[in-house]
Design a protein around this ligand. Structure first.
Ligand code: SF4
Length: 383
């Protein structure tokens, strides 16, 4: 039977030291009860607490922390549908480069990944990771490209190769970057597990079918390594959608631990429309990491906006702090517009400074707004 937050709190040290990131042991206990935290985040948990809480306190989908400071988190989900509570960790978006690409294309892509920032409702959205795929046969060139990508972007990498030795060499070249190795098979699991542990990375596992993946994750976890992701072999959009749904349902509804890990998917088409549909499927239905084949702002912007909409807490409207904000360069006699503090309202108005400042009458007429005259207390909010 699941323990309540209060029952769990009795097993914690009750010193409220905050080292787990929660303000009190009770707050941390509530997170454990909701499966939004892991007991390992409390460095002072007793052996008794570990024994009693143990796996029961783990989220049904393991939280994988990426990057040198473990700031990029994927997994840790607790619900199948967003409206049940909220989704926790948004799908990480990556852009791929191949070791066979021209030097010019590699430089252009890495610089673009590093510099791209999309502003939406006050948030700065960036490309989370860089995919590095080995298509050639030169292990040194693959490792050198991984190092270059890390040095240029400082984003964790998704290193992909069918050759385990090349993958291990690239893992060593970017030691400490908190990247992902894709992917271990039955034959290469031992070598790649050692490379992941030695260099501080996570490891994706793959097999011809889900049974094979289950066998691999169970074995690696039994061996003491649990920083795992799942890489599925699917051959159509329908199969991709179906597999993602089956795996997430097994993890959440049946608490089937061998499938309780986030996934990593490379989008393989160069057709921007097909690729966008596949990436949309990943964002909407349980993708952990989605690697896009090319850098294209026309694809990234709608995907990031979609992701922002899905991975917000439906119980908390996105809001800006209520206060007076300058728009453009206001002067002492500039008009004051009154809006609600819903982000959508605020950013629609603040995004139109040329209309506000230079043509305010036209703006007021077209949107049926009025702003307060100096002699009137009346105002109109924009919804
Ligand atoms: S780290 Fe442990 S002892 Fe400290 S506040 Fe968190 S739960 Fe309590």
């Amino acid at each position: 039977m699941a323990l309540t937050g209060l029952q769990i709190q009795k097993l914690l040290p009750k010193t409220n030291c905050k080292e787990c990131g929660s303000n009190t042991c009770l707050a941390f206990a509530m997170k454990l009860a909701a499966k939004k935290a892991e007991l390992s985040e409390c460095p002072y948990a007793s052996d008794e607490a570990k024994k009693i809480l143990g796996a029961a306190s783990e989220p049904p989908v393991k939280c994988i922390e990426l990057g040198p400071e473990k700031k990029l988190k994927i997994g840790a989900e607790t619900v199948l549908y967003r409206h049940e509570k909220t989704f926790v960790s948004q799908t990480a978006l990556a852009v791929n480069v191949n070791d066979t690409d021209s030097a010019e294309l590699i430089d252009t892509t890495l610089n673009a990944i590093r510099d791209y920032v999309l502003e939406r409702v006050g948030e700065k959205l960036v490309v989370d990771m860089v995919g590095i795929t080995q298509k050639g046969s030169n292990a040194d060139a693959f490792a050198a490209l991984a190092k270059k990508a890390w040095d240029t972007t400082k984003r964790p990498l998704v290193l992909r190769s069918a050759d385990a030795k090349s993958l291990a060499a690239a893992a060593a070249a970017v030691k400490g970057s908190g990247s992902v190795l894709v992917a271990a098979t039955n034959e290469t699991a031992e070598l790649l597990k050692a490379a992941a542990i030695e260099n501080g990375h996570s490891l994706a596992v793959t097999a011809a079918d889900l049974d094979g993946i289950v066998g691999l994750t169970a074995k690696l976890k039994n061996d003491g390594f649990n920083n795992l992701l799942l890489s599925f072999n699917t051959y159509s959009l329908a199969e991709q959608f179906q597999t993602n749904s089956i795996v997430r349902r097994a993890a959440l509804k049946d608490e089937f631990k061998p499938l309780g890990y986030p996934s990593v998917t490379f989008i393989e088409t160069d057709n921007i429309f097909d690729g966008t549909v596949a990436a949309t499927t990943e964002i909407s239905k349980y993708g952990g990491i989605c690697v896009l084949p090319n850098f294209d702002p026309a694809q990234l912007a709608p995907l990031m906006t979609l992701r922002l909409n899905i991975y917000t807490d439906p119980q908390k409207p996105i809001q800006v702090e209520p206060k007076v904000y300058p728009v453009g360069e206001p002067k002492i006699d500039s008009p004051v517009f009154v809006t609600t503090n819903f982000s959508l309202t605020y950013f629609i108005v603040s995004g139109l400074p040329h209309i506000l400042i230079e043509s305010r009458c036209g703006f007021l007429l077209s949107l049926r707004l009025s702003f307060p005259s100096p002699r009137s207390a009346k105002s109109t909010s924009i919804h």
